[in-house]
Design a protein around this ligand. Structure first.
Ligand SMILES: [Zn+2]
Length: 247
């Protein structure tokens, strides 16, 4: 039996007359999908994609490059100042739970609700990551990010939790393969005083993590801390590749 099928940017495969299923890719899809074969093995269903690939296909990117800094209050900040908000879907219901008497009937009901929500939230988060990474991979040819050592950060529990919650690692991997698929490139940069140095004049302006604004007395640059960092990441990336900033 043959059905028409299409795949959207959130990795949902729409099969005519059958409906929509989420596809968990074992490796990135490269090229244009020509045919999908659905196969069943035990309890698992597999979708096999036949793709057509053009060599030397030129892709037009609206913007040559960007730098991304992992935010804490916001999910990420781009070097043009755009903020990607944190996907904190759970907070509201979890807060309610914390206000209830532990062990009470209401608490038990709420706990069950929260547990069910965890599953829903995992799906929402995955969709959010897919949408954001898809958009970024279509906009920028080069995406520069810091190669953060998440393990080192575990020392600081609050920071570690925030990064864990936001799922930065999973997002970065998704973004990396989407960029590659689209003909662009995600470049991981070694962190180097990214949040300390001034993006305007390169002067080092030391600040603790709680200082959210970068204020440079030398050149007068005043920027959100993460925005300043994102500009530095992009500049360092362009330097590394020997490219000149266009803006
Ligand atoms: Zn400065």
């Amino acid at each position: 039996m043959r059905y028409a099928a299409s795949l959207d940017e959130n990795n949902h495969l729409l099969i005519s007359k059958l409906g929509t299923v989420y596809v968990n890719f074992h490796r990135p899809l490269e090229g244009k999908v020509k045919q999908v074969t659905i196969k069943r093995q035990g309890n698992h269903w597999f979708a096999i994609f036949s793709v057509e690939k053009h060599v030397n296909e030129t892709v037009d990117f609206p913007v040559p490059s960007t730098g991304i800094d992992v935010g804490i209050q916001t999910f990420a900040v781009l070097s043009d100042g755009t903020k990607v908000e944190n996907p904190r879907f759970l907070l509201k219901e979890e807060k309610k739970l914390s206000h209830m008497k532990k062990g009470s009937n209401n608490w038990k009901k709420q706990l069950q609700k929260v547990q069910q929500l965890h599953i829903k939230v995992a799906n929402q988060r995955r969709d959010f990551f897919h949408k954001q990474s898809y958009r970024l991979s279509k906009t920028y040819e080069f995406v520069f990010v810091e190669d953060l050592n998440i393990r080192k950060m575990v020392k600081n529990r609050h920071l570690a939790k925030a990064i864990h919650d936001a799922g930065w690692g999973a997002f970065r991997n998704m973004l990396e393969y989407k960029c590659k698929n689209n003909g662009g490139k995600l470049v991981r940069m070694k962190p180097h005083y990214t949040s300390q140095d001034c993006s305007g004049c390169k002067k080092r302006v030391k600040k603790s993590l709680s200082v959210r604004t970068h204020v440079c007395k030398s050149c007068g640059t005043i920027l959100d801390r993460d925005h300043n960092a994102a500009i530095n990441i992009e500049k360092a990336g362009l330097d590394l590749l020997g490219l000149c900033p266009t803006a």
